[in-house]
Structures are given as C-alpha cells and as structure tokens.
Design a protein around this ligand. Sequence first.
Ligand SMILES: [Zn+2]
Length: 111
Amino acid sequence: MTILKFYEKERESFQKEYELKLTDQEAQTIYRKLLRHFKISCPWKTIRFWGTQEKGRSYIHGSIKLPHNPSLGLLVHETAHKKVAKHTKKLMTLMKRMFAYCKKKNYWRKN
Ligand SMILES: [Zn+2]
C-alpha cells in the first residue's frame, strides 16, 4: 500500500475518529492507557505537543509528537506506529483494535 492510498483508506474508514478532537490532557490519558493495554513498552509516556497543524510523528526510541488538540484518529495512528513502523494492513488492523478499545472504554466525548 502506498502512503497516499493508506491515508485515503484511513480517512474513509475512520472519518468519525479523525473528526473527534481531544484536549491535550485527554490525549495524554488515552495514550498511556493504549500503551498499557497493547503492551507497548516505552519509557517515554509523555506526548510532545507541538503547534496546531494536524500531523504527528512517532519515534521508536522516544515518545510521539502531536499538535495541540489532536484528533483521536491522529493519536491512535501515531501510537500504533510504536508497534508497526510502516503503513501496512497490519497498521490498519492495529488501529481498528485501538479504536474499538477506546470506544469500549468510553474515551469518546458525547458530542
Ligand atoms: Zn503514519
């Protein structure tokens, strides 16, 4: 899958999740819960917030970088990268599982 194809498919499948904006605090809480639940060992549990542009980075040996008030979609995308580096089907599947977990745990605001 090319990266553009991946993004396209992602925005189509997870539109709601990309529209759901979080506060920095919410993003931080969900990030820690995801790391624990999906057994991602990472000593850097603090998100680096940077700017407001909706794009992020994930560092294998480090934390993730997100804009302030990130969407749930972006948070989950970067968190999933801690386990799967490339934009493959495997990443998509992991993202799906993470969204299901967030939904089950009620990490969505009711709006
Ligand atoms: Zn990515």
